[in-house]
Design a protein around this ligand. Structure first.
Ligand SMILES: Cc1cc2nc3c(=O)[nH]c(=O)nc-3n(C[C@H](O)[C@H](O)[C@H](O)COP(=O)(O)OP(=O)(O)OC[C@H]3O[C@@H](n4cnc5c(N)ncnc54)[C@H](O)[C@@H]3O)c2cc1C
Length: 479
């Protein structure tokens, strides 16, 4: 019988389960948490004033070239009313230097030329010192050549070698490099070039993005759970998979919910866990021993932290909904949540306060909560001084270390969707894909590709998978 067990209920696993369920494959989706969504999930919490709210792993930007993610979101909201555009995405630095990505041309190289022309951090004269051959690499991405030439180099070495003026480097590049959770010195230069290509130089939709105007749970995950049920997908929440073994019909998946052992049988398996979950499963499953070399090469990158603050007064009204920050160690961005989503807006209107979220990525290993929180507050007061006298009415803090590492030299052994084990595929935002992609879109696309591989084996129709340009505008000129 055509059947599948999908392990992991984040975007990758849900994307796979949706395609399989829609095409009549008997599908079981297993998630260890009590809610779907993984790193993009949301859970219920209560403020000290008694207000119920949805807490998330933090602010997420839904870029417009996330074609496969958008196709998944449309399953429950065909007009994508859950998303609304953010009109600008400024980058702030304590010295006042600021860049904006609004109103840039979408075509390359005009987008780069215009960004440089209007940048306050770089002048035409500075180009005398810039390494133009290296700068051209940002417009010349070609997966085969770029990974071959730059994967063993760190992003830091690449950016140092560009010789951009200090301020310009910080504002234009450091913020960008940090957005992928990896510290520059432990981030592959090829991966950074792929990200420039995907988000900026060859992004047909431009660098601006949309945000969800409700908490992720009410906008997407709750309707998605209903949709999965309507397809007949059996969703097993609060269930941890312990082992994947072989059986006569294909696979036997051993799991646990509370103290109860559970077993699921299926002809095929999608492993859609995060990197730590995958490594543990592979280690405990003799049937997955063929995956050990590639999965063993995966790792998590440095920790990140998110703090949400409920303040007793509003930030100045002209503050942007989201701003990247640079030049202040320990703070990468500030979001004003009442400008983003309905729940915070209602709280702000009722109390006259602000809901502010602070993020820090690629924190030093061993960072402690008190230091991170202190830096967050110092950063907030530096960039938005009107918050200095604000009283913190409530706060939530989380620090985790479960985002994938893209270390120099990791490309060659990075696993792909298909594996040496027949009818067992991988999905997640760490997987090597045949086109440039990242983060939520990489997770969703890998889920679609994983399901498509199984659907082909079950002789069922496959889902179209969309992606942007494979090569940069100057790829043909690079040698
Ligand atoms: C603070 C923060 C901000 C971000 N901002 C953005 C952004 O602005 N834009 C963007 O595109 N991306 C952003 N991301 C990245 C995005 O959240 C991830 O790329 C994406 O959600 C990853 O999805 P996934 O399905 O690959 O993995 P996950 O979401 O990690 O899903 C894996 C799931 O597997 C489950 N699991 C693990 N082991 C087991 C097991 N043994 N049994 C059962 N279940 C198991 C886990 O509980 C989890 O739910 C951000 C991430 C963070 C943390």
């Amino acid at each position: 019988m055509a059947s599948a067990v999908v392990i992991g209920g984040g975007l990758a696993g849900v994307a796979a389960a949706v395609l399989l369920g829609e095409r009549g494959i008997a599908t079981t989706l297993i998630e260890q948490e009590s809610f779907l969504g993984g790193r993009a999930g949301a859970w219920s919490d209560t403020l000290s004033d008694g207000t119920n709210f949805q807490m998330e792993r933090g602010f997420h930007a839904f870029f417009r070239q996330y074609y496969n993610l958008r196709s998944l979101l449309k399953r429950v909201d065909p007009a994508l009313r859950m998303l609304r555009p953010v009109s600008d995405y400024p980058l702030l630095s304590p010295s006042g230097a600021m860049e904006s990505f609004a109103r840039l041309p979408k075509r390359s190289p005009f987008n780069v030329m215009e960004l440089v022309r209007r940048s306050k951090t770089i002048r035409l004269l500075d180009f005398r010192h810039v390494n133009l051959k290296r700068a051209r690499e940002m417009l010349a991405f070609d997966a085969a050549r770029t990974y071959d030439a730059f994967d063993t180099m760190s992003a830091k070495a690449f950016l140092d070698g560009l010789n951009f003026p200090e301020d310009a480097r910080r504002v234009l590049f450091d913020v960008f490099a940090h957005s992928f959770f990896n510290p520059e010195e432990r981030y592959s230069a090829a991966e950074l070039l792929a990200m420039f290509h995907y988000y900026f130089t060859q992004n047909p939709e431009g660098l601006l993005f949309d945000v969800m105007n409700e908490p992720f749970s009410t906008a997407f995950w709750n309707p998605m759970l209903d949709y999965l049920h309507s397809l007949g997908v059996s969703v097993q929440l609060s269930t941890t998979v312990l082992e994947v073994a072989r059986s006569d019909g294909g696979f036997r998946v051993r799991a646990r919910r509370g103290d109860s052992p559970l077993t699921f049988e299926a002809a095929s398996v999608v492993l859609a866990t995060s990197v730590p979950g995958l490594k543990k499963l592979v280690e405990h499953s003799a049937a997955l021993s063929e995956l050990r070399p590639s999965v063993g090469s995966l790792d998590v990158t440095s920790p990140f932290a998110v703090q949400r603050l409920w303040l007793d007064r509003k930030c100045w009204s002209y503050r942007p909904a989201f701003a990247g920050t640079t030049g202040f160690a320990g703070l990468d961005n500030i979001s004003i949540y009442e400008q983003l989503e309905s729940e915070s807006r209602a709280w702000s209107e009722r109390t006259g306060g602000s809901v502010v979220e602070l993020h820090a990525y690629a924190l030093p290993d061993g960072s402690d909560e008190e230091t991170v929180k202190r830096r967050f507050l110092e950063g907030l007061h530096t960039f938005y001084p009107e918050t200095k006298d604000a009283k913190i009415l409530d706060q939530r803090f989380l620090m985790r270390q479960d985002c994938p590492s893209f270390a120099p030299g990791s490309f060659a052994r990075r696993p792909t969707v298909t594996t040496p084990i027949e009818n067992l595929v991988l999905a997640g935002d760490y997987v090597k894909l045949p086109f440039p992609s990242a983060l939520m879109e990489r997770a969703t696309s890998s889920g679609f590709l994983a399901a498509n591989h199984l659907l082909q084996r079950f002789s069922r129709p496959r889902e179209p998978v969309r992606h942007g340009p494979l090569k940069g505008v100057f790829a043909a000129l690079a040698s």
